[in-house]
Design a protein around this ligand. Structure first.
Ligand code: UD1
Length: 364
């Protein structure tokens, strides 16, 4: 009998991290793969379109937990996933990233003495007001194997007293997904379709609770974006959380009326990356986009006070900024003064191979 591995996905950023591993494992045919979706993200454009773009199948198991408070989401995943694990315990469980489901599946599996590997381990913002930071710390404390993307992650884990034997640096899996789909991404016509000219527009994405959940932060951010839109065209694929908050604070109409802001629903992965590769700059509070822009050498302004991905600032094109810095930063970009970056080590499209090698030796 082949060893059984659960691959867990939950929310939008997980799909790009699990897809390359899924395909590599299927190709090798050494393991039985059970593809588990917790259902944390459930809209077509937050979930199914990503499965499609990344050639992932319909999940074998969908826990269907949906939205809720942190405790509700975490609790529902634990209750549902525990039943699955008790009925058919796998040999290994692979969780990715830092969403509520990552923590919930890890805690559930470890309470049943099952083996867990964490992909994208060791990232730390050192800001415990971020829900994701709590998820990272708990997951890394419990998981048996910690697959890290970069040296800073290894250092964070060692500083927390984690044994070297649990830490394995594998690189950045997001880059594998991008390279896997590069041709398809380049051949999309999303930019033309939205009437944008190459390198003449910026992209905005926002969804962090610290930016969007209160008018105290969201209102000045939207004002700064509107001011920037007087000088350049902006495209804004709006996350469901942000759309709900913008509507609550009467900001949505302001965005919709602005001819220089192209407000669109969340885009499919290949559509979004088609926009990114041809953009002049990106303004974001996402984690993954900080990495993708570093890899693609595109200026990135991150609207946050900290980042769990400091390598994108020290080696890449990312800068942490405040909303009132956006205009000055834009001028620097126009003058060609924005620092160029370099690709961090092991962000090379071969991370899935390293992860599979690691899994093979763990199971041997
Ligand atoms: C979650 C992750 C975050 C990740 C982000 C990517 C946690 C704590 N947060 O945040 O780390 O960067 O996903 O998007 O796990 N909603 C929909 N349709 C969906 C999903 C969500 O309409 O398919 C709405 C719901 O009303 C929900 C809100 O968006 O209340 C937020 O969704 P939720 O999964 O709680 O968190 P995200 O903000 O998406």
């Amino acid at each position: 009998m082949k060893p059984v591995i659960h691959l867990i996905v939950a929310a939008r950023p997980n799909f790009m991290k699990i897809a390359p591993l899924y395909h590599k494992l299927k190709q090798l045919n050494l393991f039985d793969i059970v593809f588990v979706h917790t259902g944390q993200h459930y809209d077509i454009n937050m979930s199914a379109s990503f499965l499609n773009d990344l050639s992932l199948p319909k999940p074998d198991i969908n826990l269907g937990i949906g939205s809720g408070t942190h405790a509700e989401q975490t609790g529902y995943v634990m209750i549902s996933y525990e039943k699955v694990l008790i009925e058919n315990p796998p040999d290994w469980i692979v969780v990715a990233g830092d969403v509520n489901s990552t923590l919930a599946c890890t805690v559930t599996a470890k309470k049943l003495n099952l083996k867990v590997a964490h992909l994208e381990a060791g990232l730390r913002s050192y800001d415990r007001t971020m829900p994701e930071e709590i998820n990272r710390i708990v997951t890394d404390t419990l998981a048996d194997v910690l697959w890290t993307p970069s040296e800073d992650a290894d250092v964070n884990l060692r500083n927390e007293g984690i044994e070297n034997s649990r830490i394995i640096r594998v690189g950045n899996m997001m880059i594998d997904s991008f390279e896997f789909l590069r041709n398809i991404i380049e051949n999309q016509n999303t930019r033309e379709h939205l009437g944008l000219h190459p390198k003449k527009y910026g992209i905005i994405t926002l969804h962090r609770p610290s930016n969007v959940d209160s008018c105290y932060t969201l209102c000045p951010i939207i004002s700064a974006i509107t001011e920037l839109a007087e000088k350049t065209k902006l495209v804004f694929p709006i996350h469901p959380r942000t759309q709900r908050m913008a509507s609550k604070y009467d900001l949505l109409a302001k965005l919709q009326k602005n001819d220089n802001i192209v407000l669109v629903e969340p885009l499919r992965y290949v559509e979004f990356m088609n926009l990114v590769i041809q953009s002049q700059f990106v303004i974001t509070d996402s984690g993954g986009i900080q990495e993708e822009t570093t890899y693609l050498n595109i200026p990135c302004m991150t609207l946050r006070k900290n980042t769990e991905r400091p390598i994108t600032c020290s080696q890449g094109t990312n800068r942490l900024v405040n909303y009132d810095d956006l205009n000055i930063c834009h001028e620097e970009i126009l003058k060609g003064k924005w620092p160029h970056g370099r690709k961090p080590d092991l962000w090379d499209g071969k991370t899935a191979t390293r992860v599979v090698n690691s899994l093979e030796s763990l199971i041997a």
